[in-house]
Ligand binder design. Structure first.
Ligand code: NDP
Length: 257
């Protein structure tokens, strides 16, 4: 029998990277509402402090931790602080990410490395450090990687970003297989388009508005529409979902080649 309690996250401690903005901020608020204690991580700590205050005003529990996902020492220090304050992190939401819309011929090595270091190596290091802590503690857990529909199909002018999100999807599958024996599930969400700081300029432009009209749903997603899917993958309600990639995109993936 389905047990609705499986959607309850009140015994869980959830780290959300990139919680200072956009999707990560919405996910932190949503997971807190579902009962999880939140470790909000990013570089802009003053924004995280505001988020923590908002969660605590609503009766939740949260901690702001400085974390640069491209810096392993900073990742370790953040986990250490989280563990001391709240306990072992058993939900990891790898959301921090960057974009640099450029075609293949115009992408410098520096730009490519910037994208890959954040979007791929960042996911790798945050997941690896967290999974090692779970294994040491003998605890199960779940990891949700925020990929993109551009990890499933491609669009022009996004070479490094598409490559990075494709890598996140394959890494998700590889981690799911390798971590299964420790009771750690790993899944990915592939969001379509949601207006946040990463793309607001484009979606406010005439070209962006015209693009929205071509989308199957003819609208952008609302960041809150990612909360339910992430809760499903992160919590016990999704206990047999592993290595999956869930598009949340109003059917954009169905049209991408
Ligand atoms: P935002 O630009 O609003 O947020 C990006 C977040 O990533 C910020 O909180 C930023 O925090 C954090 N971040 C960036 N670099 C680092 C770093 N080195 N260390 C720690 N944190 C970092 O974008 P979104 O909310 O839209 O994006 C969130 C994720 O969703 C990304 O992975 C993105 O690729 C993905 N996505 C977004 C889509 C959309 O339409 N918006 C579509 C598909 C995927 P700070 O600067 O404070 O460190």
């Amino acid at each position: 029998m389905m047990n609705l309690e499986h959607f309850n996250l009140d015994k869980r401690i959830a780290l959300v990277t990139g919680a200072s903005s956009g999707i990560g901020r919405a996910l932190a608020l949503g997971l807190a509402q579902a009962g999880a204690k939140i470790v909000a991580a990013a570089r802009r700590v003053e924004r995280l402090e505001q988020l923590v205050a908002e969660i605590e005003q609503a009766g939740g529990r949260a901690l702001a931790v400085a974390m640069d996902v491209t810096d392993k020492d900073s990742i370790d220090a953040a986990y250490h602080r989280a563990e001391q304050a709240l306990g072992v992190v058993d939900i990891i939401i790898n959301n921090a990410g960057v974009a640099a819309p450029r075609g293949f011929l115009n992408t410098s090595d520096d730009t490519r490395d910037f994208i890959m270091n954040t979007n791929v190596n960042g996911v790798w290091h945050v997941a690896q450090a967290g999974a090692r802590r779970l294994v040491d503690a003998g605890q199960p857990g779940s990891i949700v990687n925020i990929a993109s529909v551009l990890g499933l199909g491609v669009q022009p002018g996004q070479a490094a970003y598409c490559a990075s999100k494709g890598a996140v999807i394959q890494l998700t599958r590889a981690m799911a297989i390798d971590l299964m024996k420790y009771g750690i599930r790993v899944n990915a969400i592939a969001p379509g388009w949601f207006k946040t700081e990463i793309n607001a300029d484009y979606f406010d432009s005439a070209a962006g508005k015209a693009y929205i009209e071509q989308m199957p749903a003819k609208r952008l997603g609302r960041v809150e529409e990612l909360i339910g899917p992430v809760m499903l993958l992160a919590g016990d309600a999704g206990s047999f979902i592993n290595g999956a990639v869930l598009p949340v995109d109003g059917a954009i993936h169905a049209r991408l080649s």
